[in-house]
Design a protein around this ligand. Structure first.
Ligand SMILES: Nc1ncnc2c1ncn2[C@@H]1O[C@H](COP(=O)(O)OP(=O)(O)OP(=O)(O)O)[C@@H](O)[C@H]1O
Length: 614
């Protein structure tokens, strides 16, 4: 009781005291007049009306006046000193600012904008955030590299990474492995890969797969068509295999892991890859059958009830349908420990962030999280780094750089001449050819025009039904149709057989979209051509981004792009990718993606826009 009281007393001083002076010896200020009156009253009370007392009183008054004057002078002196000091600080800052290069100033401005648009919440579920759950160690796995690789000095690992142009960041990075056979992948999968001419790992695979096998959270960035799918599917297949072999799954159990994709088509493609690899494994009776579920909108889940009736190992999904299934409790994530996001920048950036958090809230235990993409601007990388557990960043080439196996041709074509020129352009190579346009109506118009001209063309965009979308992909993949006209829906991740030529009918505003679109050709070490039409309607920022991307990839820069003035060039300094979109031709304050995101946000506040834009 006593101590409570004391505590209360100690806490009780008025807030003004706490603010102005937290010293215990504080004495309240008493004015001179008040003090003189108090003294006079004291003398009077002592009966001192004599002249001696009066003199004493006068002397005291004089002394007090003098003290007051001294105090006033001292205060004025101090104020003056403070003013001089403030002026001095200002002067020094002005000199320092003048010394800063244009580049440093731009970097500071970048940092300010980045800070302003930074997501305040980590990429974890609200439940984890609310409970303050914070894992500090990566997930434990039983996988170890072969002894001869484990014993290899770190300097040699570094040399290997240099040899393959791999930039790996993070602590205690697992060693790169140059041969699939050293990764301890089961033989049936190895021979299946071999029959599909997948013999030696690509750079993202030789560093990414060991890191993922070791249970590490991972950010994997590598060119379009460089084999990222295998790098994130194989670790999940191995994890599921180990679990199933330890204790077989029964109905209602699983999944072990989830692969999230931003489009139904990409999810379907990844699902088919996983099915192929799992059935190659089960072909050998030594290994069990692993069950995989495709969880995307636009299809009936009842068709897959046979999978749901068994133990479930792997789910490949788009966010919306996955959330729907989880909310309906068709399966749970109670024992799920692997979450991979393909085209992760798209998943985090454009409207899916809340869906991803929602999905994370269904996890009941620590998970390994992997993010993969060919483009990953700094804003997303920073955000991801904060959200993962001791992540390893594997970067092959600059994030957002174009695939060097694509010959990029940029042509100035007037708006009204585009359709006719398109026909001519189609003659450049034999089929298959993809034509990209940003606009759904334009996609339909191009297809109609080509059909009229006798070209076997299919079309795909977000307003088509799921059957139409599937038909387009199937007939184009099988070679029944020569040309596919597509909006952004087909630009990310889709792996068609040996596309010869990509024609970009309308240049997308965001350079990342361009990188993904031209990336449908030149895959898996083969070469391809990308022809892009630009004209007066193409924004200047986009043209500048394109110019620098061509320079970076050692491509020919057409004169109309070469002559474009870059306001930053006069100021000198190196060109860095915009932290929001990776574009080399503008500063963050002019970023088209930032503007577009802002527009979307405003529209969604007004309830006008749909998610993802496909
Ligand atoms: N090690 C390898 N050697 C040869 N080919 C490979 C290898 N790994 C994957 N491939 C093939 O390369 C092609 C492209 O692979 P994948 O679709 O995984 O690329 P990606 O990096 O995910 O591209 P994107 O960024 O466009 O999604 C596929 O057809 C795949 O079979």
């Amino acid at each position: 009781m006593e101590s409570t009281k004391r505590r209360r007393i100690q806490r009780s001083p008025s807030p003004v005291y706490q603010l102005d002076n937290d010293d215990d010896s504080y004495q309240p200020y008493v004015s001179v007049t008040q003090r003189q009156q108090e003294k006079r009253a004291k003398l009077l009370s002592l009966g001192g009306t004599s002249s001696k007392a009066k003199k004493q009183e006068e002397a005291q008054e004089n002394e007090d006046d003098q003290n007051e004057e001294d105090l006033r002078r001292e205060r004025a002196r101090k104020e003056k000193t403070l003013l001089v000091e403030a002026q001095e600080v200002h002067r020094k800052k002005a000199i320092e600012d003048a010394k800063k290069t244009v580049e440093e100033k731009a970097e500071e401005a970048n940092a300010e904008i980045l800070e302003a648009i930074r997501s305040r919440r980590k990429l974890a579920s609200d439940l984890e955030l609310a409970k303050g759950i914070q894992y500090t160690e990566p997930l434990k796995t039983s996988w170890r590299p072969p002894a001869y690789i484990r014993g290899r000095p770190e300097a040699e690992n570094r040399l290997l990474r240099e040899k393959y142009h791999i930039l790996a960041e993070g602590d205690d990075i697992p060693p790169p492995i140059e041969h699939f056979s050293d990764m301890k992948i089961p033989d049936p999968i190895l021979s299946h890969l071999k029959t599909n001419r997948i013999v030696t790992p690509t750079p993202i695979q030789l560093q990414g797969i060991p890191a993922a096998f070791a249970g590490r959270d991972l950010i994997g960035i590598a060119f379009t068509g460089s084999g990222k799918t295998l790098a994130f599917c194989l670790p999940l297949i191995m994890m599921a295999l180990e679990e199933e072999m330890k204790l077989p799954f029964t109905r209602g159990e699983g999944p072990v892991g989830i692969i999230l994709c931003p489009s139904r088509e990409l999810a379907n493609q990844t699902y088919e890859n996983v099915l192929t690899w799992c059935s190659a494994l089960a072909h050998d009776r030594k290994y069990p059958q692993l069950n995989t579920l495709l969880c995307i909108g636009g299809i009936s889940m009842n068709e897959q009830s046979h999978v749901l009736n068994k133990g479930l190992h792997i789910v490949v999904a788009t966010p919306g349908r996955l959330i729907d299934m989880l909310e309906k409790k068709r399966f749970t994530l109670n024992n799920c420990k692997y979450l991979c996001m393909d085209e992760a920048d798209r998943m985090i950036d454009l409207g899916f962030e809340d869906d991803v958090r929602n999905i994370m809230s269904f996890f009941k235990r620590q998970r390994q999280t992997l993010l993969f993409s060919a483009t990953m601007p700094r804003k997303i990388q920073d955000f991801a780094q904060e959200s993962l557990i001791r992540p390893v960043l594997v970067n092959v080439g600059r994030a957002g750089a174009a695939n060097l196996d694509v010959l990029q041709v940029v042509e100035y074509v007037k708006q009204e001449a585009k359709m006719v020129y398109l026909l001519e352009c189609l003659q450049k190579t034999p089929p298959p050819v993809i034509i990209f346009s940003e606009n759904k109506n334009e996609v339909d118009d191009i297809q109609e025009y080509l059909l009229l001209k006798g070209v076997e063309a299919v079309a795909i965009h977000g307003s088509k039904t799921q059957e139409e979308r599937q038909y387009a992909i199937k007939s184009f993949k099988s070679g029944a149709k020569d040309v596919m006209v597509a909006s952004g829906v087909a630009s990310k991740g889709l792996d068609f057989n040996e596309i010869q030529h990509v024609i970009i009918f309308t240049m997308p505003k965001e350079i990342e979209d361009y990188v993904h679109q031209i990336g449908r050709t030149g895959r898996s070490g083969k070469t391809g051509i990308a022809t892009t039409f630009v004209n007066m309607n193409t924004p200047e920022q986009t043209l500048l981004d394109l110019k620098y991307l061509l320079i970076e990839a050692g491509q020919k820069v057409p004169p109309f792009l070469a002559s474009l003035d870059d306001p930053r060039a006069a100021q000198g300094g190196a060109l860095h990718g915009c932290p929001v979109c990776g574009g080399l031709g503008h500063v963050i304050s002019n970023c088209p993606k930032l503007n577009e995101n802002h527009r979307r946000q405003m529209a969604s506040h007004r309830g006008e826009d749909d998610k993802g834009g496909y």
